[in-house]
Ligand binder design. Structure first.
Ligand SMILES: NC(=O)C1=CN([C@@H]2O[C@H](COP(=O)(O)OP(=O)(O)OC[C@H]3O[C@@H](n4cnc5c(N)ncnc54)[C@H](O)[C@@H]3O)[C@@H](O)[C@H]2O)C=CC1
Ligand SMILES: O=C(O)CCC(=O)C(=O)O
Length: 418
């Protein structure tokens, strides 16, 4: 029986194992285990009916050893400090494995955004920005979108922060609308990175995307963009899901059509088309496919579901979708997995490009952004392959070993004491 899932315990336990496999001295582990700063804020917000509700918000800054803190903001009813700590730690590891000059952070608010009007969400976002304003900034900590937040949310953060500073500060957030200094290609970057990861993995296996039957859990920013790109590269999308459930078609789904329906506010439970059948979210994870992309929340591939998987490959679009117990089962069952800290890094890589464009007051073309993203991911993938050979380990262990070595080296040369 699997014990209660704790995302922070999960990431610490994977770090521990990677240090052993990579023969990394553990004297720095205590530092990396703990975030540099945890901030909790209480946010009074006036509701449309005139009542006041107080929401709990967080910003955890795990490490800025390799560059300014960086990471998204999540709105979710189950979000808590522990989850945000795990997400912030994954950000430090992610930026290190693809070798971009950022540290790791994450923010969140415990709220179900579906229960708020657009004006209430705007007021909540502005209040949160006001509360964390002293600890964010283009040279200190740069938020971005995550679950249930998007370019509109980032526009509100940017506007509130700029008002407080008395000048436009585009570099304080990434993933903002292109019209406000966002980068072309950022909205689809995480999904694009997932597809690039799948392509790089399949090349190792002497296979191609066009021969692949893909199932994707979550059709939001990451899953929806990945689905469209897979579809346009001739992979067959057999299953897609959102919070309401999943749809399956042996002949393949038209990802453009389904995404358009979802982008207009539709739920998949209401999506109907000849030849599709409705399935549960667990059935999406365990359906008959070659490649599974979890792109929703943590703890989806656990000891229970891992035994039932029918896929051959997993590319983790979500952060932390797989538990430590499940990882063991996947290895025993010969299911190959590209880990979140590499597979979903496309978002933060293009966030880095956005930040560089903002600081230099430049705008780059989408083709340039996409080419640079592919170059960074290909280089980091080759480093993972090399480490896999040297340490005779999984892709997850290889990614963690590379990231931990980089973080520890930066700690060492900086020196611990001021
Ligand atoms: N947005 C980004 O750039 C990045 C996001 N990620 C990670 O990717 C994952 C998804 O994030 P986004 O696509 O941005 O979020 P999103 O809010 O745009 O989409 C989330 C999707 O998951 C579905 N979902 C929610 N709860 C679910 C449940 N219990 N079961 C099944 N599906 C459920 C939603 O209906 C939606 O389709 C998260 O783990 C996030 O941390 C990672 C890197 C960057
Ligand atoms: O684009 C970013 O800065 C971070 C995106 C994010 O939150 C993530 O990679 O999990």
């Amino acid at each position: 029986m699997e014990k209660r899932y704790d995302p922070y315990e999960n990431v610490i336990s994977v770090m521990d194992k990677a240090m052993e496999i990579g023969r990394i001295d553990k004297y720095m582990f205590e530092i990396l285990k703990n975030p540099q700063r945890e901030t909790k804020v209480y946010l009074p917000v006036e509701m449309d009916d005139g009542t006041v509700k107080v929401f709990e918000g967080y910003r955890v800054q795990h490490s800025n050893i390799r560059g300014p803190f960086k990471g998204g903001i999540r709105y979710h009813q189950e979000c808590d400090l522990n989850e945000v700590k795990a997400l912030a730690t994954w950000m430090s590891l992610k930026c290190a494995v693809v070798n971009i000059p950022f540290g790791g952070a994450k923010g969140g608010i415990k709220v179900d955004p579906k229960t708020l009007s657009k004006r209430e969400l705007c007021r909540l976002t502005r209040r949160y920005t006001y509360a964390i304003e002293p600890i964010i900034g283009a040279d200190s900590d740069i938020p971005a979108p995550d679950v249930n937040t998007n370019a509109q949310t980032m526009a509100w953060v940017l506007d509130t922060y700029s008002m407080l500073k008395g000048k436009p500060c585009p570099g304080v957030v990434t993933g903002k609308p292109v019209e406000l200094g966002g980068s072309k290609g950022r909205a689809s970057a995480t999904g694009r990175g997932v597809v690039i990861s799948a392509k790089l993995l399949l090349e190792q296996e002497k296979k191609e995307l066009k021969d692949c039957r893909v199932a994707i859990q979550g059709i939001g920013n990451v899953g929806g963009n990945a689905a469209r790109i897979f579809y346009h590269r001739d992979a067959k999308i057999v299953a897609l899901s959102d919070v309401s459930g999943g749809i399956f078609s042996e002949d393949g789904l038209n990802a453009d059509q389904v995404s358009e329906f979802v982008e207009k506010g539709g739920l998949l439970v209401d999506y109907h088309e000849p030849g599709i059948r409705h399935i549960t979210n667990e059935e999406v994870i365990t359906c008959d496919c070659d490649l599974l992309v979890p792109a929703a929340l943590e703890n989806q591939i656990n000891a229970e579901t891992a035994e039932k998987l029918q896929c051959r490959y997993i590319v983790e679009g979500a952060n932390g979708p797989t538990t430590v117990e499940a990882d063991k089962i996947l290895e025993e069952r010969g299911i190959t997995l590209i880990p979140d800290i590499f597979a979903n890094s496309g978002g933060v890589v293009v966030s880095y490009f956005e930040w560089v464009q903002n600081l230099q007051e430049l705008t780059w073309e989408k083709s340039q952004v996409n080419d640079m993203l592919e170059n960074i991911l290909s280089k980091a993938f080759n480093e993972m392959l090399e480490e896999r050979k040297n340490s005779n380990c999984s892709y997850r262990m290889a990614a963690y070993i590379i990231a931990l070595r980089r973080l520890i080296y930066a700690e060492e040369i900086k020196g611990i004491f001021p």
